[in-house]
Design a protein around this ligand. Structure first.
Ligand SMILES: N[C@@H](CCC[C@H](N)C(=O)O)C(=O)O
Length: 278
């Protein structure tokens, strides 16, 4: 099987071109390939497939084999893959996901995709659609106590579920301990991606993420979008914010008038490979 390892701010996935490769059991493949000792080593696997509604389909699996509706860093890499490997010559494309069709615009440098802006669509705030169990219609700045610590939580779905908590200092935050407790907390029927955010100023925040199905990653695109929305809803930043992640920066704009979120960031190829092991 041929594959390409790619990364968006260090959030690395194995990409498989399903126009030419056949994948029988993507859940099993994702677990095996993601293993950093016995596999290729990645945060998960992303299948690039044809679509009858859009230019392409992205189908994404976390490192534990669970399927997600959306992946922000992944969709930028899908854009780079389809352009750089000659599956399209368009510089604006549409990609079908389980969270609906997303629209991508490429910045081309030396004939290859360098940066990608994605129209991520509308953030979903209704608690039962995130989903998060609550007696409130929306969970914005609500108190939650986890392992004896009080947090203020804002829940946003970008097609996949996110819980955003503001903390004093992301660097020393015990993510390894708190992350899994949020991911598996009983208020999240589909588990959750948990973002811990430190506000620097009205245009800049720092964020660390514990991803559902993978654990701590160096960046999460949908998480950065959910964070920007939470920042605006809680009056902490302006509508455009630089989200500083362990792997680099994303620019997120929450266009409140049209209720849409735009994400801009890089996408890179690490290497092409071939294996008969999986
Ligand atoms: N890293 C991704 C999100 C991947 C899926 C997530 N772990 C989930 O299960 O929803 C991103 O860049 O958005």
């Amino acid at each position: 099987m041929k594959f390409t390892k790619m990364e968006g701010l260090g959030n690395d996935y194995v990409y498989i071109n399903c126009f030419s490769e056949k994948v029988e059991n993507p859940e099993k493949l994702a677990i095996a390939m993601s293993d950093r000792h016995f596999g290729v080593g990645s945060d998960g696997v992303i299948l690039i497939k044809p679509s009858d509604k859009a230019d392409f389909t992205m189908d994404m699996y976390n490192a534990d084999g669970s399927r997600s509706e959306m992946c922000g860093n992944g969709i930028r890499c899908v854009g780079k893959y389809v352009y750089d490997y000659g599956l399209t010559d368009k510089t604006s494309i549409s990609v079908e996901t389980l969270a609906g069709i997303k629209y991508l615009d490429f910045v081309i440098k030396d004939g290859k995709v360098d940066m990608v802006t994605v129209d991520m669509g509308a953030p979903i705030l209704k608690a039962d659609q995130v989903p998060v169990r609550s007696d409130k219609e929306q969970v914005i700045d609500e108190k939650i106590t986890v392992a004896g610590v009080d947090y203020h939580m804002t829940c946003v779905s970008m097609g996949n579920p996110h819980a955003v908590m503001f903390v004093g200092d992301t660097e020393h935050f015990p993510l390894e301990k708190a992350g899994p407790l949020f991911e598996h907390h009983e208020v999240f029927p589909n588990r959750v991606n948990a973002e811990f955010v430190q506000v620097i100023d009205r245009h800049t925040v720092k964020m660390r993420v514990w991803e559902r199905g993978t654990g701590e990653t160096l960046a999460c695109g949908t998480g950065a979008c959910a964070t920007a929305v939470a920042c605006v809803l809680n009056g902490k930043t302006d509508d455009e914010v630089t989200v500083k992640l362990l792997g680099g920066d994303l620019i997120i704009r929450f266009d409140r008038e049209n209720n849409k979120v735009y994400m801009t960031g890089p996408a890179k190829v690490v290497f092409d490979g071939e294996t008969d092991r999986f």
